[in-house]
Design a protein around this ligand. Structure first.
Ligand code: ADP
Length: 281
């Protein structure tokens, strides 16, 4: 709390009366501290791969100058680290673009059938390489929804990709969909249920390690990971679920996460099927 004292009469003619104004700056301070934490996190995330790159470049210029074998191994590591930095920067750019528009309803329409088919097509090779089967829902359950097709593709892509990343080999990843019209369920699962007659629930279930209860509320924070080393090894940036949350918010939807340790996790997004009501002029 900041108190500010001002003489009531700026000329100072009337002595002895003062106006004290209290400003509650706790929200401002919280926002400032979140911002500086974020900058510190970004710097740290980029510093690690950069330090590796510099280290290997120095070795290649110096002691390993004539070592053909070391050279090819180091170049592979350097490429991996540079690709990691590039993914972090791409995810940060996505996140800042989405946040900028978060309170503007998206325009257009997204066909969930096409969108899911393209995500699954893109990930089939990766799944097959580890003997994982991706099951998809009956296409009749996948409606068109008002929204930005590219952003919603990114949501589904991030969820299916996480399921693949964290599940064991030979597992089954199941994408399911359901259309909800029951008003009680709409109220339960949508942040702005007013006027909405139907929503679609799209779930991605994996048979992965599951997530301990205490981590679940924090998974959508930027750079929050349950196991940082594992996420890094798997090529994660720690930003995927933050991106999912902001896109789903923008679509007036909700992300829900259920997980049982040792059995797997289900990430469900609820999206309204009716356009957002037009704003009163
Ligand atoms: P990352 O790039 O690390 O995967 P995300 O934001 O997508 O970042 O996810 C944050 C963290 O949530 C992950 O590091 C992981 O610990 C956990 N997580 C996400 N999806 C799953 C899943 N399907 N199974 C288990 N843990 C998961």
């Amino acid at each position: 709390l900041i108190a500010e004292m001002q003489p009531i009469d700026p000329s100072g003619a009337e002595i002895g009366r003062t106006l004290i104004v209290f400003h509650d700056v706790s929200n401002l301070r919280r926002a400032e501290s979140l911002r500086s934490d974020f900058v510190a996190n970004v710097s740290h995330e980029l510093k690690t791969p950069l330090a590796t790159l510099i280290g290997f470049l120095e070795t290649l210029k110096g002691p390993a100058r004539n070592d053909e074998q070391a050279r090819s191994r180091f170049l592979d590591i350097m490429l991996t680290e540079a690709q990691r930095m590039s993914r972090i920067v791409a995810d940060l750019l996505s996140l800042s673009r989405i946040e900028l528009n978060e309170y503007q309803p998206p325009e257009g329409e997204a066909d969930l059938k096409r969108l899911l088919a393209s995500v699954v097509d893109g990930l089939t090779l990766k799944a097959e390489a580890r003997g994982i089967v991706i099951r998809t829902p009956d296409p009749s359950r996948l409606p068109r929804v008002p929204g930005d097709a590219d952003e919603l593709t990114q949501v589904v892509q991030n969820l299916v990709d996480n399921a693949l990343k964290y599940c064991r080999d030979q597992a089954v990843v199941t994408v399911s969909a359901e259309i909800i019209t029951d008003p009680a369920l709409l109220r339960l699962h949508l942040p702005h249920p007013k006027g909405v007659k139907a929503a679609v629930a799209l779930s991605v279930n994996d048979q992965g390690p599951g997530i301990a209860r205490e981590h679940i509320p924090r998974l959508t924070e930027r750079f929050y990971r349950v196991d940082t080393a594992r996420s890094r090894d798997l090529g994660g940036t720690g930003l995927g679920l933050a991106i999912v949350k902001h896109i789903v918010n923008r679509h007036r939807g909700k992300l829900e996460i259920q997980s049982v340790l040792g059995q797997g996790s289900t990430f469900t997004i609820y999206l309204p099927m009716d356009s957002a009501p037009a704003k009163a002029a």
